[in-house]
Design a protein. Structure first.
Length: 96
């Protein structure tokens, strides 16, 4: 199984996310959403390369940039995400 990050998943779902707005003619809203999340593809690729090289300085810098982009997002305390990060680095090393 190849490593696929959540940022890659976000980028892959942009068009399907705005499809309903485009059907209703909300072109500006759809375009703004696309522009707001366009960064996710390049960030995912550069983070993946840094992880392959184990370039911890670049990983830290890119992680901080991602945190800035996602800083306004709030996750409910009653979320059902579980703990997907537990053991994730070990799995990542195998997949890369």
């Amino acid at each position: 199984m190849l490593f696929r990050s959540a940022l890659e998943d976000v980028y892959q779902t942009i068009d399907s996310s705005v499809a309903a707005w485009e059907k209703k003619g909300y072109w500006l809203k759809a375009d703004k959403y696309r522009l707001d999340w366009e960064w996710s593809d390049s960030f995912a690729r550069s983070l993946k390369e840094a992880l392959k090289k184990e370039d911890w300085g670049s990983i830290a810098m890119k992680s901080a940039q991602i945190a800035q982009k996602l800083g306004d997002i709030q996750i409910s305390a009653r979320h059902r995400l579980g703990t997907p990060w537990v053991g994730a680095y070990d799995k990542l090393k195998v997949d890369l």
